[in-house]
Design a protein around this ligand. Structure first.
Ligand SMILES: [Mn+2]
Length: 235
């Protein structure tokens, strides 16, 4: 494990500590793992520590809701095997604080992949990646080849962020417009990941958030909703 990954895990586990102390419900909006493919009875050695720590959060009373991302959709099988952990292939829509006089706050949470207008190629690939026959074939490769291929694909999709920043900003703007569509359907808070560009826009009582990522140090954010409303917190 390189020093950057060690630091990321230390920070993540500190965040998990604080979630356990606070209690509540944890929503993971996808791409929590760089790559995950499910092989029966197998967890990649490099990921074991993180899986163990995540299950510990659950054991300490925090219900976990996980939306599959484009890098970790297949974590579904692991999550579905576990108690008090829930998996969503696309999005979660729910109302919280229903006992409030105004009928509660309506949330729309999703990962956000395949939504950009120009992402035609990815939308096709998403169909392939989620196709039962393709999954069957990938499983036949076995974990050693499967993870080697997955990591190769990840390295190719990893860009130089300084070069990418203006494009990410443009994507973030487009996703803000998409999120505005959800708010106009009646949702109060829309949150997504995927775009690698943190953003928060609040108008009246409505909020739109992009969470950023854990690759670029100053992009790390999480959202916290409690009696004070929604907050975006930088780690
Ligand atoms: Mn993604």
């Amino acid at each position: 494990m390189d020093a950057k990954e060690e630091e990321r895990r230390r920070t993540l586990f500190q965040l998990f500590d604080s979630i356990e102390q606070r209690g509540g419900t944890l929503f993971i909006l996808g791409d929590f793992f760089d790559f995950w493919f499910e092989y029966p009875g197998y967890i990649h050695p490099a990921l074991k520590e993180v899986v163990t720590r995540l299950l510990q959060v659950r054991d300490r009373g925090v219900e976990i809701h996980y939306i599959g991302g484009n890098h970790d959709f297949w974590v579904r099988d692991l999550i579905l095997r576990e108690e008090a952990m829930y998996f969503y292939p696309d999005h979660i829509a729910f109302t919280a604080g229903e006992d409030a006089a105004d009928g509660g706050i309506r949330f729309y949470l999703c990962h956000g992949d395949g939504l950009l207008k120009n992402d035609h190629g990815y939308r096709l690939m998403k169909k392939v990646l989620r196709n039962p026959l393709a999954i069957f074939g990938f499983r036949l490769l076995g974990p050693s080849w499967g993870y080697r291929l997955g990591e190769k694909a990840n390295n190719r999709s990893r860009h130089n962020y300084t070069v990418m920043l203006p494009y990410l900003q443009r994507d973030a703007d487009e996703m803000m417009v998409w999120q505005a569509g959800r708010l106009s359907e009646g949702y109060d808070i829309c949150i997504m990941g995927h775009i690698h560009y943190p953003e928060l826009r609040q108008e009246a009582s409505k909020s739109r958030l992009l969470l950023g990522d854990w690759v670029v140090p100053n992009h790390r954010y999480y959202a916290l909703w409690d009696s004070d409303g929604i907050q975006r917190i930088q780690i």
